[in-house]
Design a protein around this ligand. Structure first.
Ligand code: ADP
Ligand code: MG
Length: 253
């Protein structure tokens, strides 16, 4: 299996106090493909995803051993600046968290931080990213109204637009459609599929059908262990491990 690696995980273990949430995970995440992390609730999917932008080392009682390399740089190296890593990634959580400001300002926020100040340029780029998130048509007549008035599905697409506006290389999504109705979910999925040539995308889901629709590459976790990983087609059609077979059959959940 040949591919260009973007994120490389080596012997990663994560402990919350005495509980070990990830057990010695080693896996490579391909560049500019969609990798889907599947597995039952509590198996460590969120923990693995958060390790990619070092969101997990900010709490008490945590211990992390092993390495995560992004573009060849070990992000757990104390010399490495976290902001520099996080700038490479846009994170979508289970529920959308728009900033308490207008639709326009939510997207302009990141652009302004990155130094875009001129109004014309801001307007142009806000429109661009709202289109990228496939929200523009629904909001272009009320850009200066509060983002909180949007539906949950629209808010999630707004968060996608905001994430894309900082020009990340990597999109991380932690069950990003779980709060959405089926139609909004499919719109977000569609965007991931259309954007995948430009971004390395890693999506956590416990919905097997969604994993099958999205994944180029699959990582199956069970009780903190990596059971199987590989090309989606191979893992779904010809799983090598008994646990994977059972999970795909739906006999464990
Ligand atoms: P998943 O996303 O697959 O549901 P998580 O990564 O959230 O799994 O959690 C893996 C395990 O670690 C679970 O047993 C969970 O209870 C535990 N865990 C997750 N976050 C914390 C935390 N902040 N403190 C203590 N235990 C946690
Ligand atoms: Mg989770």
């Amino acid at each position: 299996m040949e591919f260009k690696t973007h994120i490389s995980v080596r012997n990663l273990s994560v402990f919350y106090g005495t509980q070990q949430a990830l057990k010695n995970i080693t896996v490579d995440i391909p560049d500019k493909k969609i990798t889907v992390i599947i597995g039952p609730s509590g198996c460590g999917k969120t923990t693995l995803l958060k390790s990619f932008n070092r969101l997990i080392d900010s709490q008490d009682g945590m211990k992390v051993t092993g390495q995560v390399f992004v573009d060849g740089e070990n992000i757990f190296d104390p010399q490495v600046e976290v902001t520099h890593i996080r700038k490479k990634m846009g994170l979508l959580s289970q529920r959308p968290y728009p900033l308490p400001m207008s639709i326009y300002d939510n997207v302009a926020y990141g652009l302004r931080i990155h130094g875009t100040k001129a109004k014309k340029e801001l307007d142009r780029r806000v429109e661009h990213y709202l289109k990228e998130a496939s929200l523009w048509d629904e909001v272009n007549d009320r850009l200066h109204t509060p983002a909180s008035r949007l539906s949950v599905g629209q808010q999630q697409r707004l968060c996608l637009a905001r994430g894309l506006a900082v020009e990340p290389e990597i999109i991380l999504g932690d069950e990003p459609t779980s709060a959405l109705d089926p139609k909004s979910s499919r719109r977000i999925e569609q965007r991931f599929l259309e954007l995948k040539e430009e971004y390395t995308t890693v999506i956590v889901t416990h919905i097997l059908r969604q994993a099958k629709r999205l994944a180029d590459y699959v990582i199956f976790l069970y009780l903190g262990e990596l059971i199987e990983h590989g090309l989606a087609r191979e893992v779904f059609e010809n799983p090598q491990k008994e646990l994977t077979k059972e999970y795909i059959r739906g006999t464990i959940s």
